[in-house]
Ligand binder design. Sequence first.
Ligand SMILES: CSC[C@@H](O)[C@@H](O)C(=O)COP(=O)(O)O
Length: 371
Amino acid sequence: MVTMVLEAIKYTPQGLYILDQLRLPHESVYIPIANSVDAFNAIRSMTVRGAPAIAIVASLALAVELANKEFHIADEVRVFVSEKLKYLVTSRPTAVNLSDAAQKLENLVNETEGDAKTLVGTYIAAAEKMLVDDVNDNTNIGRNGLEWSKKTIGKDKFSILTICNTGSLATAGYGTALGIIRSIHRDGLLSHAYALETRPYNQGSRLTAYELVHDNIPATLITDSMASVLLKTHPEIKMIVVGADRVAKNGDTANKIGTYQLSIIAKHHGVKFVVAAPTTSIDLRTKSGEDIVIEQRKPQELVTVRGPVIDTEGNVTKEEVRTVHIAAPGIGVWNPAFDVAPAALIDAIVTEKGVVEKDENGKFHLESFFL
Ligand SMILES: CSC[C@@H](O)[C@@H](O)C(=O)COP(=O)(O)O
C-alpha cells in the first residue's frame, strides 16, 4: 500500500515538484517542473489544479527558470518575466488567482530598481512568499468560516455538503472550503461531510474523498445528481460550502461545474450557501458573472474514466491504471469546466480577511477588503 501525501506542491530553492493529480488516488507520483513550459503543460492538463495551486505553481516555475538563467542587464529580466507570465496566464482562463499573481509579480519586477541579479532575487522572494501566505490565508479562512457558522447556524453539530476539491491538494495547504470543514471538524461541530463526486474529472471522489479519509473526517461520497434528494432527506445538513475560481465585484461566483445547481437547491431547502476563497480570488474588475470567461474542456474528459483494473467483486486485480471509454462513440459532448452561482443565492463569502454578507439591499460590498 502506497502512503498518499497531502502536498500538491513541493518547493525548495533547488527545485519545484508537483503531485500528479491525474494519477491520484491510485498513484502518488511527484513530477519536476523546471520552467514555465512545464508549468503551462501541467496546468493545462490539470496535473495540478485548483485556483490557488495553479497560481503558485506558475509563479514558482518561473522562479526556478529565472534562477537557472543568465541575464546581463535588468531590462532583460523585465522583458523575460513579462513574456513568460503572459504565456502562463493563457493556460486556464477562469481562475483569477493566476492572472492576479502574474500582474503583481510583473509590477514588482518593473518597479524594482537595481541590476539583473537584484530583480531575479526580488521575483524569487515574492513567488516563495505566495506559497507561505497561501497556507496562512487558508487557516484564517477556516477560522473565519467556523466563527461565522457558530454565529449563524449555532453551536449544535451539523453536516456539510461540498463540491470539487478545495483542500490541501488545490492550494498550498489546508484548503479553503475544505479548510472550513477541517476547522469545524476540529472544533467538534461537524456531524458529517458529504462530498460530490464532481464529474467529469472526479475531483470529489478522487481528491476530496482522499483528503477526508486521510484526516479521519466522517464523510460520505455521493454522485452530483443526488445532491437535491440528499438535502431533502438529511435536514441535519445546514451548510453547503464551495470554493471559487473567480468572485465578481457583485459577488457572483464562478466555481466548478455543478456549483450553480447547489446554490439553487440550498435556497429551496433553506440551507446556508457559503463561498470560501482568499481575497486573491476576488476580481473587482469583473462586474458580474456575465463577464467571466468559462473554460471549455476536451470531450475526452467526459467520455472516459481512469482507474485500476478490478474483478467482478470490485477488488483491484492489477496495479495497472487504465483509461476506459464510457459513452457511445460519436456522441456530441458539452464540457464547461465551471459555472456561476449568482450573488442572490450566496449567503456569505468567507475570506482570510473576514466574512462578507449582503446588506439590506441584497448587495455584497467586496471592495471593503481592498481599502
Ligand atoms: C481552493 S480551489 C477553488 C476552486 O478552484 C475549485 O473549487 C475548483 O473549481 C477547481 O477546479 P479545477 O478544474 O479542478 O481546477
